[in-house]
Design a protein around this ligand. Structure first.
Ligand SMILES: NC(=O)c1ccc[n+]([C@@H]2O[C@H](COP(=O)([O-])OP(=O)(O)OC[C@H]3O[C@@H](n4cnc5c(N)ncnc54)[C@H](OP(=O)(O)O)[C@@H]3O)[C@@H](O)[C@H]2O)c1
Length: 291
């Protein structure tokens, strides 16, 4: 069967992982283009396919699909450069992979005839050389034209994922939610690990120690729901324990600030669960405020 051709603009972490996984399915990589040629060459090595191009014009001349995987901040500029090229856009699909921006950012290209969509793989890609399995069972969050939808679905499913659609105006909320669940989770574990490092463990040991706790908490959330998974001093209303935890953070001001902010979220959960009396909630709020 004839493969569907594509080119990648922005051979960073996601662009490289995506191309590497796609070339193992019904897609064929034509061109790779990046800000720095060296970066595209490194990606070419990892993917094992495609040709590194020296200009944007050359890169997008080939390929039925153009994947824009540049940093969010450069997306509008790249789109504007692309729409100034004289090209038969009507024969091309253009997808960007930003979580924040909807397909409306591709308007200029759509007006030139391109079939456009925003296709965000809901996963974390910290390196360029992750195996294609990284896409298995993940969601690809889409908005765009009907025609783009059917190709986006094919891309998602051929990688072992599934497509869901989201109204374009909800993208900023959606993307913030994704960041909270991934980037801010890293921040939380960094904070937790830094306390354990102060207690004498190295970072590796601290992560090994925390891992079963983190994984079981995720399992609990999946099996019992978010509210039922909350355990610990706040939801028990153990005020003395909370006071000692806050005191233990006296030399860790940034961790303490985050701990206090998150305590208010935990209070929201405890209030929902009706596990604490109004007096207990008032005492906890007072404790958080005075610290
Ligand atoms: N990484 C993730 O976990 C993840 C997950 C889902 C979605 N995304 C989305 O994927 C996109 C890329 O993210 P990333 O994490 O892969 O970023 P990244 O690793 O920083 O890669 C961005 C790439 O864009 C290239 N670039 C920057 N400006 C360019 C320009 N003007 N022309 C051509 N190439 C340019 C950079 O080039 P050089 O390498 O040559 O400097 C780099 O290779 C973003 O929209 C992001 O929201 C990322």
């Amino acid at each position: 069967m004839k493969k569907i051709t594509f080119s990648v603009v922005g051979s960073g972490r996601l662009g490289t992982c995506l191309a590497r996984a796609l070339v193992r399915t019904a897609f064929q990589l034509e061109s790779l283009y990046s800000l720095h040629r060296k970066s595209a060459e490194e990606s070419r090595q990892i993917i094992g396919a495609g040709r590194v191009r020296s200009s944007l014009t050359e890169a997008v001349a080939q390929g039925e699909i153009i994947l824009l995987t540049v940093k969010d901040d450069y997306l509008a500029e790249v789109i504007s450069r692309l729409s100034s090229l004289s090209l038969d856009w009507a024969s091309k699909y253009v997808f960007h992979t930003s979580g924040l921006y909807s397909s409306t950012i591709l308007k200029e290209l759509q007006e030139k005839g391109a079939t456009t969509g925003a296709l965000h793989p809901l996963q974390s890609f910290p390196r360029k050389d992750l195996p294609p399995e990284i896409f298995h069972q993940i969601f690809f969050v889409f908005d765009g034209s009907e025609k783009a939808l059917s190709l986006a679905k094919q891309i998602a499913e051929s990688l072992g994922g599934q497509l869901i659609t989201l109204p374009p105006h909800q993208r900023p909320l959606y993307h913030t939610a994704c960041s909270l669940a991934s980037n801010y989770l890293v921040g939380l574990i960094y904070a937790s690990s830094s306390l354990l490092q102060e207690a004498g463990l190295n970072q590796r040991e601290s992560v090994a120690l925390l891992r079963p706790l983190i994984c079981q908490t995720i399992n609990n959330i999946q099996e019992m729901g978010i509210e039922e998974s909350l355990t610990g001093p706040l939801q028990r209303g153990d005020l003395k324990t909370m006071a000692q935890q806050l005191a233990a953070l006296k030399d860790f001001p940034s961790v303490k600030r985050s701990f206090i902010s998150l305590s208010y979220l935990l209070l929201e959960i405890a209030e929902k669960k009706r596990v604490l009396s109004p007096q207990k909630i008032a005492h906890i709020k007072h404790l958080l405020e005075e610290k």
